[in-house]
Design a protein around this ligand. Structure first.
Ligand SMILES: NC(=O)c1ccc[n+]([C@@H]2O[C@H](COP(=O)([O-])OP(=O)(O)OC[C@H]3O[C@@H](n4cnc5c(N)ncnc54)[C@H](OP(=O)(O)O)[C@@H]3O)[C@@H](O)[C@H]2O)c1
Length: 338
């Protein structure tokens, strides 16, 4: 249960940060996926209004980070910001960025919000530089590696202050696909993978999204978001007793650059069926996950519209999560024993 059961899809970011101001003041907060037109930039600006000690703004495009930092500097000149460039589609880039974070003078990171994400609905299937399906690479593998590499600073915050949080922005697209352990790169037709790994094509058909191709972009996106929830669930378990919680959420449907490769036609009936949140409303669920005191000591929580909801069983099963963790380790070529 959250502190504000009255919050919902129309709750604005400003309302949330004002309510949880005491949780923000003086904190060191790292947010990924920063741009002026996205949820990350909106969340960062809302957080800045409540006086954090330092906002580390991470993303792959420096000019977009700088645009958000400029807004913060103009409105909240006493808030310190720092830019961190990282491409989550590249294992090398993630390692370089994580090394920078490790070398920062601040010994702790209180809140890590992993918001960066990609949805590429073009029919041409793209792989990362490391040969991984681009959705899985950006939405899971890059974050898996980055989080593990910077974890010491978050655990240190948990140890010294008794509380640190990791928040991973997932999506309501998770129910579309479980993890395809036999076809991680989403190259086989739906019927060519074991039954328990097949996508839920009914959801897509109901939304009138074409399912007659071997590569269905929504399946790749769905799998990658399922992976991000599974990662959070297991990481939360592994960090129990260390003062660090790990939770996930769906921010809602918000018109951002997430739809940059997409038209409303690609989104099928969902484009007209959904309530499109404003950017501010789209940032609030992330902010509840990051700051609501009622979630202190709680891991494995999944939120939608600022309230606790249930994610799919295939996205919360610890056995599947452990199997995926091993896949993550193999893909990045490093073991992480917590
Ligand atoms: N908007 C929605 O309706 C919706 C619904 C469900 C879930 N979400 C999730 O919410 C999060 C934020 O999305 P958004 O709507 O704000 O979309 P957005 O405007 O496209 O923001 C995504 C952010 O992630 C960054 N990013 C993308 N690929 C990256 C990479 N390889 N390395 C580093 N950064 C990368 C983008 O940087 P560039 O701009 O420089 O590419 C951008 O800053 C995502 O995780 C998304 O999946 C959004």
């Amino acid at each position: 249960m959250t502190s504000h059961t009255e919050y919902g899809e129309k709750t604005n970011a400003s309302e949330v940060v004002e309510a949880f101001s005491g949780q923000i003041k003086g904190k060191t907060i790292l947010i990924t996926g920063i741009g002026p037109a996205g949820i990350g930039g909106e969340a960062a600006t809302a957080i800045a209004s409540q006086g954090p000690a330092l906002l580390i703004l991470a993303s792959r495009t420096l000019s977009k980070i700088e645009a958000v930092a400029e807004v913060i500097k103009t409105s909240y000149p006493t808030v310190a910001t720092r830019a961190l460039v990282v491409d989550f589609a590249s294992i090398k880039s993630v390692r370089e960025a994580a090394a920078k974070v490790t070398a920062y003078p601040e010994p702790t990171i209180d809140i890590f919000i992993h918001n960066a994400g990609l949805m590429d609905l073009r029919q041409e299937h793209r792989m990362s530089v490391d040969g991984i399906d681009e959705h899985l690479a950006v939405n899971f593998v890059g974050g898996f590696l980055f989080t593990n590499l910077i974890l010491n600073k978050i655990v240190e915050a948990g140890r010294i202050k008794g509380e640190a949080r990791i928040v991973i922005v997932a999506s309501s697209a998770s129910p579309i696909s479980p993890i395809r352990f036999h076809d991680l790169n989403v190259e086989k037709a739906a019927t060519d993978v074991p039954e328990e790994e097949r996508p839920n094509l009914t959801i897509l058909e109901q939304l009138r999204i074409p399912t007659d191709t071997k590569y269905i972009p929504f399946v790749a996106y769905g799998q990658s978001k399922t992976a991000s929830i599974l990662f959070a669930v297991l990481l939360g378990e592994l960090l129990k007793g260390k003062g660090v919680t790990v939770n996930t959420l769906h921010p809602g449907a918000i018109r951002t650059e997430l739809q940059r490769t997409t038209t409303d036609k690609d989104l099928g009936a969902s484009a007209t069926m959904m309530y499109w949140k404003t950017l501010s409303q789209g940032a609030s669920t992330t902010l509840v996950a990051a700051f609501d005191p009622a979630l202190k000591d709680k891991s494995g929580v999944y939120l939608e519209d600022c309230q606790v909801k249930q994610a799919m069983p295939f996205a919360t099963d610890l056995t599947i999560a452990k199997k995926l963790w091993k896949v993550g380790e193999e893909l990045v070529g490093q073991r992480f024993d917590i």
